[in-house]
Unconditional design. Structure first.
Length: 236
């Protein structure tokens, strides 16, 4: 996270409250009082939807743990296409932030909030101290990194090898609300799939002709969820 984002931080230090405990219970499961002290230098960051969290080339200065909301991490390809690498959800850390924090590297991608976000943010010096002095925190950081990295690799395998129709069906199912509406543009769906907007538009038109979805401007409605579930390979 950039130092420029500190303007969004609340003034008071985080006292390990219920929100943090609920999102990351494993951190304090061992009752490590020293770890509570080490994390006392962290702060809660509040961001609105659409806020940039970090940019390409920016140095990593803070360790981030999402409490509420979703952050989308994206890569800008050489052809100008935006590709979604992964999302950071409640109870998770950012793979790139952890990697850059450990290696001292600059960010190779950018991130933006998809919703309003609450996150626990720990400055680099506090992160390194906690990593050095707490085996509980050290285990948490590397286990979280390992799990998230496996998710990213799985996503890339699906992007490279998966059928576009089944992948699109899964994305629509994941993004649909209770009314079966997907509030996303064709460009946003293309970024999720790592493909071109024209490809998504063409396949969505096919879905509409089949009677599976109803397309609108900036959104669509799933008319036949069972058909999409079958296409996605999901259990009925």
């Amino acid at each position: 996270m950039s130092s420029e984002k500190t303007e969004f931080m609340r003034d008071s230090n985080v006292h390990i409250d219920e929100r943090f405990l609920a999102a990351f219970p494993q951190v304090f499961a061992a009752g490590d009082d020293r770890l509570r002290e080490l994390l006392g230098g962290g702060k809660v960051l509040e961001l609105d939807a659409g806020e940039r969290v970090f940019e390409v080339g920016m140095p990593c200065q803070n360790y981030l743990l999402v409490i509420k909301g979703t952050v989308r991490v994206q890569l800008l390809a050489s052809n100008g296409r935006e590709v979604t690498l992964y999302r950071v959800s409640p109870g998770e850390s950012c793979v790139l932030t952890t990697s850059c924090m450990l290696g001292g590297d600059a960010y190779p991608a950018f991130a933006q909030t998809e919703t309003a976000v609450s996150a626990f943010v720990l400055a680099a010096k506090h992160f390194q101290r906690a990593l050095d002095q707490s085996s509980v925190f050290r285990r948490f950081v590397f286990e979280n990194l390992g799990a998230r990295l496996a998710d990213v690799i799985s996503r890339f395998e699906e992007t490279l090898l998966g059928d576009i129709n089944s992948r699109l069906a899964r994305v629509l199912g994941a993004r649909a609300n209770q009314e079966r509406m997907v509030a996303a543009t064709h460009q946003e769906l293309a970024a999720d799939l790592g493909t071109a907007r024209e490809v998504v538009s063409r396949h969505l038109k096919g879905f509409e002709r089949s009677g599976w979805v109803l397309l609108g401007r900036g959104h669509l409605v799933i008319v036949n969820p069972l058909a999409l579930e079958r296409l996605a390979g999901l259990p009925e």
